[in-house]
Design a protein around this ligand. Structure first.
Ligand code: ATP
Ligand code: MG
Length: 766
C-alpha cells in the first residue's frame, strides 16, 4: 500500500479504497473530505485509471489547482495534467467547445458575464416597451437564472403555471416573453451565459445519445467536492454521466450548504442515496483542522438549526483558546481592533501574515480593514470586489477581442461600436438593433450590409459604419493565423484605445494604461505557458476561453505571497487559516437583513457562520460594531443573534465585551473601556468650570460608559483623548477662548476635525 494511504484515518481510508459503486462522504467541516477525494484520485491513477478518464469537479479553480498539485506530487505532474479537474463551468465549457456544432453554436461562442446578461435584458425590456422600474433587469435575470438552474427552457417556462403565477404576483407577467427573447438573442449572438454552460451541457447529453455515450465512456470515474452546493442542473448532469457505471463519489456537508440563493439544493445530498441506489455512505467525525474549542463552539452553533443530518464532530488537537468576542464603537474602530490583534499575535506567536484571514458577510466591509492595514503597513490581499477583468478599460479591450473572435457577439458590438468615439450615435445603433431583431440576424450582419436591411442612414454614417467594419474585418483576417499576443497587441494599437488612454497624463488614464499593459503581459505569459505545455499555436480565442470564467478568487498570480487574506465568507469555503476574524457580527448584516424572519434563510445564514468559524485552525475572533457607515449614512447596530447561539463556555468576552483602545495605541494593547475611563473621569471632572455646563455632580460622578449618562463638558488640553456622545473617539488638537466662549478643535477618528464650543459639547475626557 502506498505511503500516502497511511496518512488517512480508518474511515477516510475505507472511503478511498471503496470503488465498487456510488459513494457519499458526508462529514463536518475539516474532517478530511477534500483529502479523501484527492487521495482517491491518486489511488485510482495508481490502480489502472488513466488521468483523462477521471472527471473531478470542484467549486473553485483554486481548489482544483490545489488538488492537482497534491496529486502531481504523488503521481507526477505529467499525469496529473491530463485529469479533467476543475469547476463545473470550466469542465463543461471544454465539452461545449468541442460539441458546440451539435447545439447550433460555433466553437468560438462567447460567454456573457453577468453584466452582459443584464445589459441584454435591459435592451430587451426597453424594446418590448416595458417599464424598467417594474422589470428590473437584475430581478428578471435572477428569475431566468433560476429557471435555467432547474432546467426549465423558455417553452417549459411558458407552460409552467407556477412560474407564471409567481411572475404575476411579482407584477412581472411578461418574464416568460423576455426569457424567450433573451434565449433567442443569445443564440443569435452565438453566446451563452453562465447558466447556459450547465443547461446546454444537459441538453447536449439529453438530445444526443451518441455524444452522451462518448463522455460516459470517457469519464470512468466522477468525483465531486462540496456536493451540498450543487444545483439541480449540476446534479442532473452528473447523473447523466454516471448512470451506467455508477462510479461516482461525492463529498459534502449539509451544514455547509450556503448557495441556495443561486439555486443550490441541499436535497441533492440528502437524497443522494435514493438517486443512486446501493450508495455506500461514509461518515467522518474527526476534525483535523481546528482546536477542540473551535470545533465545539461550531457544533454548539449548528445544533440550533432544525434541518440537518446529525453529526458528532470532535477534535483531538489541543484545547486552544476560547473565541474572543470584541465590541467596537464603530466600524473604523473594528478595523483597528483587528489590525492590533494581528500585530499582537504576530509578536507573541510569530505568525506570518498569510496565517490571517478577515472574513465578512458583504464585500463593502473590506474597506475599513484595507484602510487600517494600509495605515499600519500590513500587506493584504483582497478577494472579490471588482475583479481585474471587470474594470472598464479591460472590458473595452476584451470586447474588441470578443467581437473579432465572434462577430455576432451583440454585447461586445454595442460596447465598442462607438468606443473610442467615432461618431456613431445611439440612434444609428438603435436602427441596427431594430433591423437585426426584425430579420433575425446579428448586429454584425446588419452592419456589413446596412442598405440591404433597409437602414435609413445618411452617407456620412454609412461611411463611419464601413470604417468600423473594415477595422474589425482586418483583425478577423489574421485571428486564426497570428498568436493571441500578436492579434491582441495589434487590436489595442489600431483600435484607437491606446490613443484614448494616452491622451493625457491624468492619474485615471495612467492607471488605465497600466491595466492594459498588465493585460498584455498576462497574454504574453499565457502564450508562453501554453507553449511550454506543447501547444505551439495559441490563438486569441484560446485566451478568451481562459479568462471568461476567471474570477478574482482564481487569479492567484501572487498566491503564495505573505499577505493577510480579506474575503467574504462565501468565498472562504473549503479554505483554512491559522487565525480567522469574523467581523461585522451584527443584526441585519450577519444574519443579512435580506434573511428577514424567514426560518429557512436564517438557517442558511447560520450555516454560513458555521463555515466562517470552521475555517480557523488555532484562533478565531468575532467582532461587531455599535455604529457603522452603510449606504452613505451612519447606522446603529446591535450584536448578532448568532453570538448567543454559541455556547458561552467557548467564548471569551474581554471585560463584558466592551473593548476600546487608545486612539493611537501603537502597542496594540487592548484595554477595556471601563478601565480607561473610570480612573481618569473623576480627576478630570474636578476641572469642570462652574460656567461650563449644568450637569449635576451626581451624573458627573458616574463612571459608567452607558450613553444614557450625561456627557461631560470640560476644560481640555491639547493632546487629551475624549469620547464624544455622537462623534466617538477624538483627540484634542487646540483649545481657544475662555469661559463660555472656550472652543476646542478635536480630531475625531470617524468624523474628522470639528470645532466644538465646550459649553455645549457632550463628551468625556478619557
Ligand atoms: P471543509 O468541510 O472545510 O471543506 P474538509 O472536510 O474538506 O473540510 P480537508 O480540507 O480535507 O477537510 O481537511 C482539513 C485539514 O485536515 C487539512 O489541513 C487536511 O490536510 C487535514 N487532514 C485531513 N485528514 C487528516 C489526517 N488523517 N491526518 C492529518 N491531517 C488530516
Ligand atoms: Mg473541503
Amino acid at each position: 500500500m502506498s505511503d500516502y494511504i497511511q496518512e488517512l484515518n480508518e474511515g477516510q481510508r475505507e472511503a478511498v479504497l471503496y470503488n465498487d459503486g456510488p459513494s457519499l462522504v458526508i462529514a463536518g467541516a475539516g474532517s478530511g473530505k477534500t483529502r479523501v477525494l484527492t487521495y482517491k484520485i491518486a489511488y485510482l491513477l495508481e490502480n489502472g485509471y488513466q488521468p483523462w478518464n477521471i472527471l473531478a469537479l470542484t467549486f473553485t479553480n483554486k481548489a482544483a489547482r490545489e488538488m492537482k498539485e497534491r496529486i502531481a506530487r504523488q503521481v507526477g505532474a505529467d499525469r496529473a495534467r491530463h485529469l479533467w479537474m476543475g469547476t463545473f463551468h470550466s469542465m463543461f465549457l471544454r465539452i461545449l467547445h468541442a460539441e458546440a456544432g451539435q447545439l447550433g453554436f460555433t466553437s468560438q461562442f462567447t460567454i456573457y458575464d453577468t453584466a452582459d446578461s443584464k445589459s441584454l435584458l435591459r435592451s430587451i425590456i426597453k424594446e418590448m416597451g416595458l417599464d424598467e422600474k417594474t422589470y428590473k433587469p437584475g430581478t428578471v435575470q435572477a428569475r431566468i437564472s433560476n429557471a435555467k438552474n432547474h432546467l426549465v427552457s423558455p417553452a417549459g417556462y411558458a407552460n409552467n403555471k407556477e412560474a407564471y403565477e409567481g411572475d404575476c404576483a411579482a407584477k412581472m407577467p411578461a418574464v416568460r416573453d423576455i426569457y424567450r427573447r433573451y434565449w433567442e438573442r443569445c443564440r443569435q449572438a452565438d453566446a451563452m451565459d453562465f447558466d447556459d454552460l450547465l443547461f446546454y451541457t444537459f441538453l447536449l447529453f439529453r438530445d444526443h445519445p451518441e455524444v452522451l455515450a462518448h463522455y460516459q465512456e470517457l469519464f470512468r470515474y466522477i468525483l465531486v467536492d462540496e456536493y451540498q452546493d450543487t444545483n439541480f442542473a449540476q446534479h442532473s448532469i452528473v447523473l447523466q454521466l454516471a448512470k451506467n457505471h455508477q462510479h461516482v463519489c461525492v463529498v459534502g456537508d449539509d451544514a455547509q450548504s450556503i448557495y441556495s440563493f443561486r439555486g443550490a439544493d441541499i436535497d441533492n445530498i440528502l437524497y443522494f442515496t435514493k438517486v443512486y441506489p446501493g450508495t455506500k455512505v461514509f461518515k467522518l467525525e474527526q476534525n483535523y483542522r481546528s482546536t477542540q474549542t473551535i470545533v465545539r463552539a461550531a457544533n454548539s452553533l449548528i445544533e440550533k438549526n432544525q434541518r440537518q443530518i446529525h453529526k458528532e464532530v470532535f477534535s483531538e488537537k489541543e484545547k486552544g483558546e476560547s473565541i474572543g468576542v470584541y465590541q467596537a464603537y464603530s466600524d473604523v474602530e473594528e478595523g483597528d481592533i483587528v489590525v492590533n490583534k494581528i500585530a499582537e499575535l504576530r509578536r507573541r506567536e510569530h505568525y506570518a501574515y498569510a496565517d490571517f484571514a478577515v472574513l465578512y458577510r458583504t464585500n463593502a466591509q473590506s474597506r475599513v480593514f484595507e484602510e487600517a492595514m494600509r495605515k499600519r503597513g500590513m500587506p493584504y490581499r483582497i478577494y472579490g470586489g471588482l475583479s481585474f477583468y471587470q474594470r472598464k478599460e479591460i472590458k473595452d479591450v476584451i470586447a474588441y477581442f470578443r467581437l473579432v473572435v465572434n462577430p455576432n457577439d451583440e454585447e461586445a458590438f454595442k460596447r465598442i461600436i462607438n468606443y473610442p468615439a467615432r461618431g456613431i450615435g445611439d440612434t444609428t445603433v438603435g436602427k441596427i438593433i431594430a433591423a437585426a431583431t426584425e430579420n433575425n440576424v446579428s448586429l454584425w450582419t446588419v452592419l456589413c450590409e446596412p442598405l440591404t436591411y433597409g437602414l435609413n442612414l445618411n452617407k456620412g454614417t454609412v461611411g463611419k459604419l464601413q470604417g468600423f467594419r473594415d477595422l474589425i474585418s482586418g483583425f478577423i483576417a489574421g485571428v486564426t493565423e497570428k498568436s493571441a499576443y500578436e492579434t491582441g497587441t495589434e487590436i489595442i494599437r489600431q483600435s484607437g484605445i491606446i490613443n484614448d488612454v494616452c491622451q493625457d497624463n491624468s492619474p485615471e488614464n495612467l492607471s488605465r494604461k497600466e491595466n492594459i499593459e498588465e493585460l498584455v503581459n498576462g497574454m504574453s505569459d499565457f502564450c508562453a505557458r501554453r507553449q511550454e505545455e506543447g501547444n505551439p499555436n495559441i490563438l486569441l480565442g484560446d485566451f478568451l476561453s481562459e479568462v471568461s470564467l476567471l474570477t478574482d478568487q482564481d487569479s492567484d498570480k501572487d498566491g503564495d505571497d505573505e499577505k493577510i487574506t480579506l474575503m467574504t465568507v462565501h468565498s472562504a469555503k473549503g479554505l483554512e487559516f491559522k487565525n480567522v476574524f469574523v467581523v461585522g457580527m451584527e443584526e441585519n448584516l450577519f444574519p443579512s437583513g435580506m434573511a428577514g424572519n424567514s426560518a429557512r434563510a436564517l438557517e442558511e445564514e447560520r450555516r454560513l457562520f458555521y463555515v466562517a468559524i470552521t475555517r480557523a485552525e488555532e484562533h478565531c475572533f468575532l467582532s461587531f460594531a455599535k455604529t457603522r457607515f452603510r449606504y452613505g449614512k451612519m447606522e446603529f447596530g446591535s450584536p448578532s443573534r448568532f453570538l448567543k447561539d454559541i455556547d458561552a463556555r467557548f467564548l471569551h468576552l474581554p471585560q463584558d465585551a466592551v473593548v476600546s483602545r487608545r486612539i493611537d495605541a501603537e502597542a496594540g494593547a487592548f484595554r477595556p473601556r471601563q478601565q480607561i475611563i473610570s480612573p481618569t473621569v473623576p480627576r478630570n471632572l474636578k476641572r469642570v468650570t462652574p460656567s461650563a455646563g449644568s450637569s449635576s455632580s451626581s451624573s458627573l460622578s458616574s463612571s459608567s460608559v452607558s450613553s444614557s449618562s450625561k456627557a461631560v463638558p470640560g476644560i481640555v488640553q491639547p493632546g487629551q483623548l475624549i469620547e464624544h456622545e455622537r462623534f466617538g473617539l477624538g483627540e484634542v488638537l487646540k483649545v481657544e477662548g475662555e469661559g463660555d466662549n472656550a472652543k476646542a478643535t478635536i480630531r475625531f477618528k470617524n468624523a474628522g476635525d470639528k470645532q466644538l464650543l465646550l459649553r455645549f459639547a457632550r463628551f468625556k475626557v478619557i
